[in-house]
Write a new protein. Structure first.
Length: 255
């Protein structure tokens, strides 16, 4: 099992492999050096237990599966009506602050985060936002507006060749309250040759913000050096029409 974590400006991995009664642990920096350790066990059963214990220990140290997102550590109540009002008035800080006031009335720190963001207290806002949703390292970028995500770009710049649970990743991202006023969604490569675009778009369509999304860009690979013969967004027309009925801008790049 290969796990990842962001640490300072580095992205590190640990690769745990059990062969017979021997556990091999490789710890390294992405595109950097690595160290290898081996541990032998007396029986296959103790070796399996050793692997499970090693995985648990690495998770305590902050390592996660590719694309895995921890659930929020603070309560965030939702009000679809107030969130819809924000999407109607994305440029108006007052709409965000009404939502923040309601959240604070419910005892949610998320409301305090929105207030901090509007007062340009970015350090305080970021500390609370980190308890709501943190994108995995090199798996996505966002821009902000008044305390919520304004644009979201999902792009796997970490490891294209490692398969991961794309539906789980998409659900965790799109269900976040930080998406409540999302204006633009960009999706690049999530996995080599099969980024499951239809699955991702269908998941987005389950959330209220998708109905008011203004801009969608598929095949948005950024500055990555990509052989587009290996990257096709597939037949996404029906998924786009169903999930994003009010789009104003659509861009598709596909091999």
């Amino acid at each position: 099992m290969k796990l990842w974590r962001a640490r300072s400006k580095k992205t590190e991995y640990v690769d745990l492999k059990l062969e017979g009664k021997t556990l091999t642990t490789v710890l390294g920096e992405h595109w950097g050096t690595a160290t290898t350790k081996k541990k032998s066990f007396k029986t296959p059963a103790t070796a399996k237990a050793g692997l499970e214990a090693a995985i648990a220990e690495q998770r305590k140290l902050g390592f996660r599966e590719l694309g895995e997102i921890d659930p929020p550590s603070i309560e965030v109540p939702r009000d679809p009506g107030l969130e819809a009002e924000i999407r109607k008035h994305r440029d108006d800080p007052a709409a965000y602050l009404v939502y923040a006031d309601w959240l604070q009335g419910k005892g949610s720190k998320f409301g305090e985060m929105i207030v901090f963001a509007n007062r340009k207290k970015q350090k305080e806002a970021a500390a609370i936002a980190a308890k709501v949703c943190v994108l995995p390292p090199k798996m996505g970028t966002v821009t902000w507006r008044n305390g919520l995500w304004n644009t979201l770009h999902l792009q796997n710049d970490l490891e294209w060749m490692q398969s991961f649970d794309i539906p789980r990743f998409a659900k965790a991202v799109f269900s976040s309250p930080l998406c409540a006023a999302l204006e633009e969604l960009k999706i690049g490569i999530l996995e080599w040759e099969d980024s499951q675009q239809n699955v991702v778009l269908a998941e987005a369509g389950k959330h209220a913000w998708a109905k008011d999304l203004r801009s969608l860009r598929l095949g948005e690979v950024g500055g990555a050096d990509v052989d587009m013969d290996h990257h096709s967004v597939g037949d996404v027309g029906k998924a786009i029409t169903k999930s994003f009925p009010n789009l104003e801008s659509l861009y598709i790049r596909s091999g």
